[in-house]
Design a protein around this ligand. Structure first.
Ligand code: ADP
Ligand code: MG
Length: 399
């Protein structure tokens, strides 16, 4: 855990350099990895992510004026605005008025103030200084964005005495990302970052936002989650995401349901007759993926983690063949990991690049890493970044 301690220390040091005020505390929130349930979130379906052992830390101190100042070890300069200007800055989709990174913490402050007003609370928000440092790799598919949102939302919720619960804070983070940053994401990342538990995943019903902690039991089974970051990100990722969302909407409309979540595998024969072949394959991925998430939860509870390998493999095949969001690098990562002893593997995240995860017996982790390195080298692919992640605690106050 030296890394984590380093990031916390870096946040404290940055705060000391930034502010004349005493710190009120230290808060943190983790990145996440999705175990299974891909592209199901915007179809009102099920996802099963877990929080990871990489966190973003925020030290916050109360100012004696009405300004909010944010600094990050990743940014050149702090950003400083009067609190009441936040309502004029946001929503700002497509026309960021502040540095892109600052829209995450300032957007959280904005959304939290708005939520507090909507709830009828009148406690005025005081000015604050916020210093941020992180050991969540940025842009690697581990959701450093949810981590910064979760750390700042948790801190301001306490400092401003809002008393919102973790699910409400996840909504605040999502609103910041959607309306202040302008990224059209679902709520999975924020929920995982807020609600994570050690050695557990979080089942999220993306329609009701009902959540359940699902024990993974990886420690007892001597299993490890290996992430294989291909470090490839395709330029058509945004267009591909939009296209898949549209296909899902078309499929739901053709079936007369509000969202694909409302279909089951028994409806697929009828769906095949109701739409064109490509739309049908997109629909089949979502419908079978929802079922795989529920099957994974049941299997974990009844048989433990050693039995979920085939579900991870089936999820990957569905994304490769039906949803068509995998890449040669991701397919190779999955195949190399399986051949080297992983009991199941799949690409994780939005697709068109990014990372795969492989559920691996502890004594096979080195072999998986070597196998990925040599197959990537033989194929002429750039080296992948291979590391392990440990399902960990969600957002919390550290000091
Ligand atoms: P991911 O969430 O997969 O890491 P995103 O593009 O969603 O990638 O979010 C990354 C962005 O979030 C960064 O470009 C930056 O603007 C912001 N961000 C994340 N962590 C930090 C941090 N510690 N300091 C400043 N900005 C951050
Ligand atoms: Mg993100």
């Amino acid at each position: 855990m030296t890394q984590a301690t380093d990031a916390a220390a870096a946040a404290r040091a940055l705060f000391t350099a930034l502010s004349d005020h005493p710190p009120a505390g230290l808060w943190s929130a983790p990145g996440r990895v999705n175990l299974i349930g891909e592209h199901t979130d915007y179809n009102d379906g099920f996802v099963l992510p877990f929080a990871i052992d990489h966190r973003t830390y925020a030290v916050v101190g109360i100012r004696d004026d009405d300004r909010i100042r944010v600094a990050s070890t990743l940014a050149e300069a702090p950003v400083d605005v009067p609190l009441d200007v936040l309502d004029r800055l946001f929503p700002s989709v497509g026309s960021p008025v502040v540095a892109q990174w600052a829209a995450y913490p300032l957007g959280v402050a904005w959304a939290l103030r708005q939520a507090a007003t909507a709830g009828g609370r009148t406690t005025p928000a005081t000015g604050v200084d916020i210093a941020i440092a992180s050991d969540v790799p940025v842009g690697a598919g581990l959701s450093s964005s949810a981590a910064i949102e979760g750390a700042v939302a948790s801190a301001l919720n306490d400092v401003w005495g809002r008393g919102l619960d973790p699910v409400a804070l996840a909504r605040i983070g999502r609103r910041a990302e959607n309306e202040a940053v302008g990224a059209p994401t679902g709520i999975m990342d924020q929920m995982a970052s807020m609600l994570g538990r050690p050695d557990a995943a979080i089942l999220i019903d993306c329609r009701s936002l009902h959540t359940e902690v699902v024990d993974l039991g990886l420690d007892a089974a001597d299993l490890v989650l290996v992430v294989i970051d291909t470090r490839v990100s395709h330029a058509h990722a945004t267009g591909g995401y939009r296209d898949r969302r549209e296909a899902c909407e078309r499929g739901a409309a053709a079936m007369g349901v509000a969202a694909l979540r409302d279909l089951t595998v028994d409806d697929l024969a009828r769906a095949e007759r109701a739409m064109d072949a490509t739309t049908f394959r997109r629909v089949r991925h979502i419908v079978t993926e929802d079922q795989r998430v529920l099957d994974t939860v049941r299997t974990l509870r009844e048989q433990g983690p050693t039995a979920i390998g085939p579900l991870l493999d089936a999820s990957h095949a569905s994304m490769r063949d039906d949803f068509e969001i995998s890449t040669p690098e991701l397919d190779m990562a999955v195949e190399a990991a399986r051949a080297a002893g992983a009991i199941g593997a799949r690409m994780t995240g939005g697709g068109f690049g990014g990372a795969a995860i492989a559920l691996t017996p502890r004594d096979r982790v080195d072999e998986v890493e070597l196998a990925v390195a040599s197959t990537f080298d033989e194929a002429g692919f750039a080296p992948a970044h291979v590391f392990t992640v440990v399902p960990s605690d969600g957002a919390r106050r550290d000091e």
